[in-house]
Design a protein around this ligand. Structure first.
Ligand SMILES: NC(=O)c1ccc[n+]([C@@H]2O[C@H](COP(=O)([O-])OP(=O)(O)OC[C@H]3O[C@@H](n4cnc5c(N)ncnc54)[C@H](OP(=O)(O)O)[C@@H]3O)[C@@H](O)[C@H]2O)c1
Length: 334
């Protein structure tokens, strides 16, 4: 079977992704060995961290090599199985990478219920949802009545964090790029307010909307917006550092300087903590069950942005850094 694959062909450190960072090749799909499963990729899921993996920064995943098949999570259908846990036709998720067929040990695959929420396993029922759930509860520690501010609020992770904040009884203000995304946050998701950071003065808007300050700050973006919000913390605020997508704007260096307003952590006796969601993997089943209940009762909503065709994988990843995605970025492969 012919298998189109995208290989890593460049290191985008300190600069935006380019087309020539990836190379499309065609190989034969590998037949599964003992304990392995051959999977046909149906959808790929995209995350800004994939650029960081190509840059080999962070050290929390094994280094990538030029010439390896680009890493990425996906969901697919079992074609052939030499593992007792999987039958042809089963739907599975795992690190399928950017290719039409993946041959993986069965132990690295998760069997999915084909229950109408299939693609959600790459988003709200997958790592995206786990990130929002554990980052908010374990680090943000929201209390009813707290003011929670979420940046990247209309994105996959931010939109779940904001809604979980509402379920926890917080007053939630989302920060996102553009009027349409801001309207979706308030009108569809029920957030209390939204600020369009592209339209102007984020700090002034926060002063107006949250005069008592921010109790929980969830940051996905870093940079100027994060710095502005750090200046408006309430006493004993918790700052959750989930991501920093704006760092990719900076040419030359791969990491930006720290925010000027970090000193406010002292004045406000605040804490700031980063995390990698993988550390809570053993607790995922509990969070997944809770999120599924919220989905089924209509308390949690999600949006997907589905592009088409394996040939468009690099361009689909680039959409995240331009804010072109509206919802969880997916690609339908077959
Ligand atoms: N710590 C962890 O374990 C963990 C796990 C998963 C994800 N994350 C992080 O969570 C964040 C969100 O990831 P996601 O997969 O949910 O992606 P996403 O939010 O769906 O997509 C990225 C969004 O970032 C915004 N953006 C792009 N460039 C920006 C800039 N220069 N300044 C401000 N905003 C910008 C865009 O929204 P606008 O249109 O609103 O600008 C874009 O839609 C990322 O930083 C990711 O690395 C962390």
């Amino acid at each position: 079977m012919q298998n189109r694959q995208w290989l890593i062909n460049g290191r985008p450190n300190g600069r935006p992704l380019r087309d020539d960072d990836f190379k499309l090749v065609t190989a034969e799909a590998r037949e599964p060995g003992a304990g392995e499963v051959l999977v046909r990729t149906l959808y790929l899921g995209f995350d800004p961290a994939q650029k960081g993996w190509m840059e080999n920064i962070g050290g929390y995943v094994a280094p990538t090599a030029i010439g390896e098949v680009m890493r990425g999570s996906g969901l697919g259908e079992v074609v052939r199985s030499n593992h007792p846990g999987f039958q042809p036709g089963d739907k599975v998720s795992g690190m399928l990478r950017w290719q039409e067929y993946a041959t993986l040990p069965g132990s690295e695959l998760l069997k999915l219920e084909d229950d109408g929420h299939l693609t959600a396993h790459l988003g709200v029922l997958g790592t995206t949802g786990m990130t929002a759930f554990f980052g908010l509860y374990k680090i943000g520690r929201p209390f009813p009545g707290d003011t929670l501010v979420v940046t990247g609020a209309a994105g996959a992770t931010g939109s779940v964090a904001g809604q979980i904040g509402k379920l926890a009884g917080c007053r939630v203000i989302g920060v996102a790029g553009g009027e349409a995304k801001c309207r979706w946050l308030t009108d569809e998701l029920g957030l209390d307010a939204a600020i369009d950071y592209k339209a102007g003065d984020v700090r002034g808007e926060i002063k107006r909307l949250a005069p008592g300050g921010i109790d929980v700050l969830w940051d996905n973006v870093g940079g100027k917006t994060f710095n502005a919000l750090l200046g408006e913390l309430a006493m004993h605020a918790r700052v959750v550092v989930c991501g920093g997508i704006s760092r990719y704007e900076s040419e030359g260096g791969s990491m930006p300087a720290g925010p000027e307003n970090y000193f406010n952590l002292i004045f406000k006796r605040a804490t700031m903590e980063g995390f990698i969601v993988l550390d809570w993997m053993s607790e995922y089943p509990m969070a997944r069950a809770r999120i599924r209940e919220w989905l089924e009762s209509g308390k949690l909503k999600y949006k997907e942005d589905v592009q088409e065709g394996i040939e468009n994988a690099p361009r689909t990843l680039m959409r995240l850094f331009q804010g072109e995605n509206f919802g969880k970025q997916l690609l339908r492969v077959s």
